[in-house]
Design a protein around this ligand. Structure first.
Ligand code: PTJ
Length: 235
């Protein structure tokens, strides 16, 4: 059913054709974690919630794959945070931005930015470096599920806290993010929303300060390695 959403999204002009390849890569890594939220991923989801809660101007950045996989869940997270949302695409066309903004609004998202974004992110080419001044450009914390490594690094170079969701813990995106959640975006977004509701502001400060991004990725790789060892021993 999840794969069908991506396929239908391509047919509807919401998902880039490259989104199918990206999805397949994600599925392969999802098997390595057992298609479940592992403890390290939940810890990262809590750190993500903490950073979004203490942000002055948090923004949820949404691409084609994320929009079709979790539109209602994004609306719930946006509602819990009362923050802005921006359609920001890697394979950008103005037509797809407009379609995605309407699609997200039909699912309850509000204040969806992205149309008419300007080339504002230093270090990226004209098309890939676009953002809106009210949205990602002026944000201090950005959640960018399934982001590209160059853009993640460029946004970090602007001094922003960047939270990503990426099932590949070895991707450049995962390694350059402030917080990387190694989980399927279908499970990760509801987990973040759960933690947003559960954390007090004081707890959020503590969780954010205590989070160690590289240790979390090491724990994730250790989980995958141990799981493969156990599965191999059962053969
Ligand atoms: O809609 P656009 O134009 O912004 O394009 C979006 C894609 C995803 C096509 C674009 O950003 C892209 O090509 O991304 P990459 O570089 O292929 O990276 C996608 C990463 O997301 C890979 O590391 C995948 O393993 C991971 N991934 C794919 N599906 C999921 C996922 N991670 C979490 N949940 C998924 N469902």
């Amino acid at each position: 059913m999840t794969r069908q959403r991506v396929e239908d999204g391509v047919k509807a002009g919401l998902v880039a054709t490259q989104g199918l390849i990206a999805h397949g890569r994600g599925e392969a890594f999802d098997y390595l974690v057992g298609e479940q939220t592992i403890p390290a991923a939940d810890e990262a989801a809590q750190a993500a919630a903490a950073n979004l809660l203490i942000a002055k101007n948090p923004v949820l950045s949404v691409n084609g794959n994320t929009a079709v996989l979790v539109p209602d869940e994004l609306a719930a997270l946006q509602n819990a945070l009362g923050c802005k949302m921006e359609v920001n695409l890697f394979h950008r066309t103005e037509e797809r931005v407009t379609k995605l903004a309407s699609f997200l609004e039909a699912h309850g998202c509000t204040n969806v930015l992205g149309k008419g974004a300007q080339p504002t992110i230093p270090g990226l080419d004209h098309e890939r470096g676009r953002s809106t001044l009210d949205g990602i450009f002026s944000a201090d914390v950005v959640l960018v599920p399934l982001e590209d490594g160059d853009r993640c690094q460029a946004l970090r170079n602007m001094g922003k806290t960047i939270i990503v969701v990426d099932l590949n813990p070895l991707s450049r995106t995962a390694r350059s993010a402030s917080v990387s959640i190694t989980d399927n975006v279908r499970r990760a977004i509801p987990r973040i929303t759960h933690h947003v509701a559960a954390l007090s502001r004081a707890e959020a400060q503590r969780v954010s300060a205590a989070f160690d991004a590289h240790k979390n990725l090491r724990d994730t790789l250790e989980f995958m390695a141990e799981r493969l060892r156990v599965l191999g021993a059962q053969l």
